[in-house]
Design a protein. Structure first.
Length: 656
């Protein structure tokens, strides 16, 4: 009797596996329809080498979806092991699974149809913008669907497929015949969780896996509508909310908007009846006379966890800086410098958009070209704007956002591998040493236009997987006894320090090769960190000026240097100061650009260092600096709200 129950349980899992295959075929059919409707045949030919990975990842996404659907009946199937002699539970389970799978088929079909319709209208899969339709109310939603979709024909199709599905499930879901044996039970119970995770590697299936090619169409064939709907819900849960202007002002210690404007600019005659215009008047400025007649190429490197404080620990018997040491003494360096935000994506959002709202890249506004875009003033001055990183640009929607903001070239892991199949990589992307090789190659390429390139490193990040054969300088025996470190295990500390050593070595090697190349004659390089190193430091022992500190390094060609070069300056600064510092080299006189800081080389300017957690300045100027920092945060929030609310209004008016 017990053996029969085990065999019945095994038979139920076999049938569920067959049902999973049927559901998988539905998702495959939806992807085929998507490809026939939207993907040009030339893409399949020109990017044929990317198709195997696309098909593999597409299968992973589909198997994950199917596995989650099968999870419920799989758990319920365990009840067959305890069923009564009359098999009442078995009869109930058969009925439940048939109804459950029919409903699942209906939902799968509807979501895939919605995804295809969404792509037809917006040239993108389901995203957070979908929820805007529900803000129109039931009547508006019904009208939109009726006007934009062939509702009648789609309803007929859905009914037809659901009826077929019901018939299929009634024939397929039977537990009276077994094709293999009891050994199928452990196999099924191992494979199902693996498919739900979507990966056997360190990281589960994630949004980065939707990017497998430099071609948008190939990438768009990878995910299914169900995954993109799940991602839209996740993005919605992280979305920011707007606040009333008065509340923003009071939370930051200001009575009126005029008070905030005064604190930021010192001008008491700038408030107009137009709030947006008033704020814009003080946040934007016009470039003065350029420092050079020949526009230089500009490279801005954002180094993952490039810590300012760890530089303090460098010593003859504790070599942390490696190949970078000589360049820090040969060029310009600022140590009293902080990141404005304290995590990687927030820094990316700040550097490219200056947005005060976290998770902007995952919001519904990510397709909106913002006037604060880093690329706009450069494009106006004839630059090509590039973003390059060893990671998948699908991370946090970087590819979508940067394209919308005017970046002409977005180069990530698969673009680099397409050009250099020999490049090696870890879970986060191409190793930094190869990224810098690719950057140098691009800087030395002949161009008709100057280029501004925003680069982002990835290797100095947990789990700290480095290229095979890379050697690290040995440290003294008592190095890890330093009280600045928290109680993290030594082997973990070693990984963090090795990541710092690795980045300094490969960045230094890159600069050495760069200075010998033709690009050095007309290229400015700015390097900073996205945030200070985290997890391993005891912030109770770290000086407050180093708590959120990252260095700012700058290389200038010989023609742009003055008597103060090289110099390690104690001037206070932050990421807000990067654009004003390079503006005089890149922008024509009169160019309008977002100016949230000061030129770090201007000794007459008011300098302070803003971080979202603390503001630093000389003791005599600290109160003024803190007030300016609060004012800037207020003005940025009001400015972005005004723009985004206007965008929402325009979109709604367009629909109506």
């Amino acid at each position: 009797m017990r053996k029969n129950k085990i065999l019945t349980f095994a038979a139920s899992l076999e049938r569920l596996a067959l049902c999973g295959a049927a559901l998988l075929s539905l998702l495959v059919a939806a992807r085929v329809v998507f490809a026939l409707l939207f993907v040009p045949s030339s893409v399949l030919h020109n990017f044929s080498t990317d198709l195997p990975l696309m098909l593999f990842n597409a299968l992973r996404f589909d198997l994950q979806t199917v596995s989650y659907i099968l999870m419920v009946p799989s758990v319920l199937a365990f009840g067959l092991l305890f069923d009564s002699a009359k098999g009442r539970y078995k009869k109930w389970l058969l009925r439940f699974i048939r109804i459950y799978l029919t409903i699942a088929t209906l939902l799968l079909l509807v979501i895939e149809i919605v995804d295809i319709g969404f792509y037809k209208n917006f040239n993108t899969h389901i995203n957070i913008t979908l929820f805007d339709f529900f803000n129109e109310g039931p009547a508006g939603l019904v009208r939109t669907m009726w006007e934009e979709y062939p509702v009648v024909w789609l309803t007929i199709l859905i009914i037809f497929v659901v009826l077929i599905a019901w018939n299929v499930w009634c024939r397929m879901v039977k537990f009276d015949k077994m094709y293999v044996g009891w050994w199928f039970i452990p196999l099924y119970l191992v494979v199902l969780p693996c498919c739900m995770r979507g990966s056997l590697k360190l990281f589960p299936l994630r949004v980065e896996d939707t990017v497998v090619s430099p071609c948008k169409f190939v990438n768009d064939m990878t995910p299914n509508g169900i995954y993109m709907l799940k991602k839209a819900f996740r993005d919605k849960s992280k979305a920011f909310d707007f606040q009333e202007t008065d509340k923003i002002l009071s939370e930051h210690g200001f009575m009126t908007l005029q008070d905030a404007l005064n604190a930021w600019s010192g001008d008491s005659s700038i408030l107009t009846n137009d709030t947006l215009q008033s704020v814009e008047n003080v946040l934007y400025t016009r470039a003065g006379t350029p420092a050079t007649s020949q526009k230089p190429n500009i490279l801005i490197i954002i180094g993952e966890s490039w810590s300012n404080y760890l530089m303090d620990l460098d010593a003859p018997d504790n070599d942390l800086l490696g190949a970078m040491r000589r360049h820090l003494s040969e060029d310009l360096l600022w140590r009293n410098f902080q990141s404005v935000r304290n995590n990687t994506i927030a820094t990316m959002e700040m550097m490219t958009l200056a947005t005060p709202f976290p998770r902007f890249f995952t919001s519904k506004y990510r397709y909106t070209r913002m006037p604060s875009s880093f690329a706009i003033p450069f494009i106006a001055n004839g630059y090509n704007c590039e973003w390059i990183s060893g990671m998948d640009p699908g991370w946090e929607n970087c590819n979508e956002v940067l394209h919308a903001q005017g970046f002409t070239d977005i180069i990530g892991k698969y673009e680099l591998l397409r050009e250099h199949p020999d490049y090696s990589y870890n879970t986060h992307g191409i190793f930094d040493e190869f990224l810098f090789d690719a950057i140098l190659e691009r800087l030395n390429k002949s161009r008709n236009k100057p280029v501004v390139m925003l680069a982002m490193s990835t290797t100095n990040h947990p789990p700290f997987i480095f290229p095979s054969g890379h050697s690290f300088a040995k440290l003294s025996d008592d190095f890890y006894d330093n009280k600045c470190f928290n109680h993290t295990e030594k082997d973990v500390l070693e990984k963090y320090i090795q990541g710092f050593q690795y980045y300094n070595n490969v960045l230094g090697d890159f600069l050495t090769k760069f200075k010998k190349s033709k690009a050095a004659a007309n290229t400015i390089i700015v390097a900073t960190g996205d945030h200070n190193v985290r997890s391993i430091l005891d912030y109770g022992t770290v000086p407050i000026c180093r708590k959120y500190a990252v260095p700012l390094y700058m290389f200038l060609p010989q023609t742009l240097r003055n008597e103060a070069y090289p110099r390690c300056s104690d001037v206070w600064g932050c990421h807000y100061d990067v654009l004003p510092t390079i503006a005089k080299y890149a922008f024509n006189e009169g160019t309008k650009f977002l100016n949230l800081g000061s030129d770090m080389q201007d000794t007459t300017a008011f300098h302070y260092s803003y971080n979202e957690e603390q503001v630093l300045a000389d003791d005599a100027n600290r109160q003024k600096a803190e007030k300016k920092g609060r004012a800037l945060e207020v003005l940025l929030r009001i400015y972005f709200q005004e723009i985004l609310q206007k965008e929402t209004h325009n979109v709604k008016a367009h629909r109506e």
